[in-house]
Design a protein around this ligand. Structure first.
Ligand SMILES: Nc1nc2c(ncn2[C@@H]2O[C@H](COP(=O)(O)OP(=O)(O)OP(=O)(O)O)[C@@H](O)[C@H]2O)c(=O)[nH]1
Ligand SMILES: [Zn+2]
Length: 365
């Protein structure tokens, strides 16, 4: 990254971790002093008054560096290029979706769920398939071909055999990448491999913050040796399909491709049994599309029912002059946490790129 100074000659850096009211800011190359590349910062109260939240990945201006104590104060936040809410990461360029070819067995429907969830973020997808040494060459090639037909170019790797890692690493260079994937596929192994000093650094962070052990609930950005940042993001490992039913097809490259060639007769086609549909057809994942479509339709009916119930209850509460009691009860009954988090998941993942500040203060967590 190039050194860069703002008009007020502030230091510029990237927020690599957030905890309570402290922000770890990694200074851009050329700005760091000899002894320090990172400052532990608070934020100026002006930002606080403006309600401006600071996220991991934010590019910020830092004032009043204290090179002895390695402290500073964040005074400005640059406009965000992208914004994810779950996990909360600003300016991510892409998602590295990790799966294993075996152990656990690669389940194409599960992979599709993750792919759809990641597609909904609007970010570029890098698909990494680990443990390739567990399959023979033919089987590896079959997956390669199969995923190409889905519209993806997977990187087959083996962390055990240190195979395919260079090609994958190249994809990460100079990018801010968010790592995602189900349990047991090798995400931690990959981080340890890419960033050998990973553990050391986590330890030093906790120490400086005076916290106990580093908790994995926090998103943290790690410097990649070849340049670039990797967000280790617990909580990005649960796919969900809570988009609008009409939006689902756009998260399948195969459907997109078909739509680019020919429009459906109806604008709001669900691509099920409508006449003159250009998406319906014998592509491999079409049955998965139908499965997920049923789920998002069911989800939406549920949401509509909740909205109706809430509006009825609110009216009722008003008539009785009973201000809080009934709505509160109803929201407890209807908004079970599990369902709420499900509903928010995809919405939260969607980066509001046109209006980055828009949902910043929404109480989504
Ligand atoms: N056969 C094989 N096993 C691997 C490879 N890479 C990692 N593993 C093993 O896969 C298991 C899971 O690896 P992790 O790195 O913990 O996977 P993870 O995705 O971080 O899993 P969670 O922490 O549960 O999210 C471990 O037993 C690793 O040793 C590989 O290339 N081949
Ligand atoms: Zn259609």
């Amino acid at each position: 990254m190039k050194a860069e100074r703002t008009a007020s000659a502030e230091l510029v850096g990237v927020v690599v971790a957030v905890q309570a009211n402290y922000y770890r800011v990694q200074l851009l190359a050329g700005q760091a002093s000899e002894s320090a590349t990172e400052l532990l910062c608070t934020r100026r109260s002006r930002l606080k008054k403006l309600g401006q939240q600071i996220m991991v990945g934010d590019r910020v201006g830092v004032e009043e560096p204290d090179w002895q104590g390695l402290r500073g104060a964040i005074a400005t936040i640059s406009p965000r290029q992208t914004q994810l809410h779950r996990p909360p990461v600003a300016n991510a360029n892409q998602v590295l979706l990790m799966f294993a070819l075996a152990d656990p067995t690669l389940d194409p429907l599960q992979l599709t769920r993750f792919l759809v969830t990641v597609e909904a973020t609007g970010l570029r997808i890098v698909l990494g398939l680990n443990k390739k040494e567990l399959l023979d060459e033919d089987q590896q090639q079959q997956w390669q071909d199969r995923l190409r037909k889905w519209g993806y170019q997977p990187f087959l790797i083996s962390l055990y055999e240190q195979a395919g890692l260079q090609e994958l690493q190249q994809q990460l260079q100079g990018q801010l990448t968010v790592l995602s994937g189900p349990s047991g596929v090798g995400k931690s192994s990959l981080i340890n491999n890419l960033i050998p000093e990973h553990d050391v650094r986590v330890g030093s962070v906790s120490e400086r913050w005076g916290q106990g052990k580093h908790t994995t609930r926090h998103v943290e950005l790690f410097d990649l040796p070849g340049g670039g940042l990797l967000a280790d993001t617990p909580g990005f490992n649960q796919p969900s399909t809570t988009c609008r039913p009409q939006a689902l097809a756009q998260y399948f490259p195969e459907a997109q491709q078909r739509l680019a060639q020919a429009q459906c007769q109806f604008n709001d086609c669900f691509h099920r049994d409508e006449p003159n549909c250009s998406v319906r057809g014998n592509w491999e994942r079409y049955p998965y599309y139908l499965t997920l479509l049923e789920e998002v339709i069911a989800h939406q009916s549920e949401q509509d029912a909740i909205a109706n119930a809430e509006s009825t209850l609110k009216r009722k509460a008003k008539r009785k002059g009973n201000t809080e009691y009934e709505p509160k009860l109803s929201s407890k009954r209807y908004r079970r946490p599990s369902r709420r988090s499900q509903r928010q998941n995809l919405k939260d993942l969607y980066p509001d790129r046109h209006n980055p500040e828009h949902s910043e203060d929404s109480p989504s967590h």
